[in-house]
Design a protein around this ligand. Structure first.
Ligand SMILES: O=C(O)CCC(=O)C(=O)O
Length: 321
């Protein structure tokens, strides 16, 4: 069994719990000088000998960071799953025969229905949401319908944006982001005038943004290629599993197959965060994001999609399983 069947706090052996409060206005959030409310211990129910203790940080209502939520060995299995799925998913082959990452950047991307992913992957999301909601009562529930899996291969991250597209989910249900492998600097801010809040996300950390933070602006500022789990054996890669509740696009995954920041990150500057994020309606995908259209692009040869750059640590994990 991948994760022990227990209540979230039992499963995760939560130890340190921090609560922060923020002075909030409609779309602007600011951490006040006396924002540190409490710090207390929760009994360790199932300590992990090899992992640091888990903690919950309610950064503000609707924005929660679960540190060390997924154990190191679980992360290792998730990385293995990501590599296997990525064999056909992270790369495309150009007409000249060169295999390139399918975002046009140093990042591979897979977007698909949750049902295409192994159950273990979804278990992490479900447990993270349950744990988060037991600490932040404002966080709405979520039923994961889709997974976006990113693979970062260099220090290059992902530019500032809000998750405003139809396939990100139309409701205020949380987006759940699990970090596996190399660490990253992750930034959030409600508006451009706000100071950036930057968190280091390490392997096993889960960040949730929902409710009044569902449309928060965020960015992967940098991948920290010198901070990664031992089992990556000197070949650091960052995976992010981003779980979404977007039932409206079930069966339409083909429309959202590609996302190239240079072409498809549209409507961000004109987007006005609605006062009621429950009434939010996502922006439709551009036709060029679809699998069908990619087939017609002269530079791609999707008929020969293949993955041929498995790093050595993946092979050793495969042997160990
Ligand atoms: O990879 C990440 O951690 C963030 C991904 C993200 O923000 C997105 O795809 O919208």
């Amino acid at each position: 069994m991948f994760l022990m069947p227990a209540t979230p706090s039992q499963t995760r052996g939560l130890s340190l719990v921090y609560f922060f409060s923020y002075k909030t206005s409609t779309h602007k959030t600011e951490r006040g000088p006396n924002s540190f409310i409490s710090f207390f211990m929760v009994p360790h129910i199932q300590p992990y000998m090899t992992d640091p203790p888990s903690s919950v940080e309610v950064i503000e209502p609707g924005l929660v960071l679960l540190r060390n939520f997924v154990t190191d060995s679980e992360c290792q299995k998730l990385a293995q799953i990501a590599m296997e799925i990525g064999q056909t998913g992270f790369y495309c082959t150009e007409k000249g025969g060169e295999r390139v990452l399918n975002t046009g950047e140093a990042r591979g991307r897979i977007y698909d229905a949750a049902s295409c992913f192994p159950r273990e992957v979804l278990t992490c999301c479900n447990e993270a949401v349950a744990t988060c909601r037991s600490f932040d009562s404002s966080m709405p529930p979520m039923d994961c319908t889709h997974v976006l899996l990113n693979m970062y291969t260099t220090t290059e991250g992902l530019t500032w944006h809000r998750d405003i597209y139809e396939n990100d989910g139309k409701s205020d249900h949380p987006v759940v982001n699990l970090c596996v492998g190399a660490s990253c600097k992750f930034g959030v801010k409600h508006s451009d005038e706000d100071p950036e809040r930057v968190f280091t996300l390490r392997s096993g950390d889960v960040l949730l943004f929902g409710g009044t933070c569902r449309l928060i602006k965020h960015a992967v500022l940098e991948i920290l290629m010198d901070d990664f789990p031992k089992w990556m054996k000197g070949s650091p890669i960052r995976f992010s599993f981003t779980f979404r509740d977007s039932p409206e696009v079930l069966g339409r995954e083909e429309e959202f197959k590609y996302f190239r920041v240079s072409e498809h990150l549209v409507g961000q500057n004109d987007f006005k965060v609605p006062r009621n994020s429950k009434t939010f309606r996502g922006l439709p995908a551009l036709p060029s994001q679809s699998w069908r259209e990619a087939h017609t692009r002269p530079e791609f040869d999707d008929s020969t999609w293949q993955f041929d750059r498995l790093p050595s640590w993946s092979e050793s994990i495969r042997e160990a399983l």
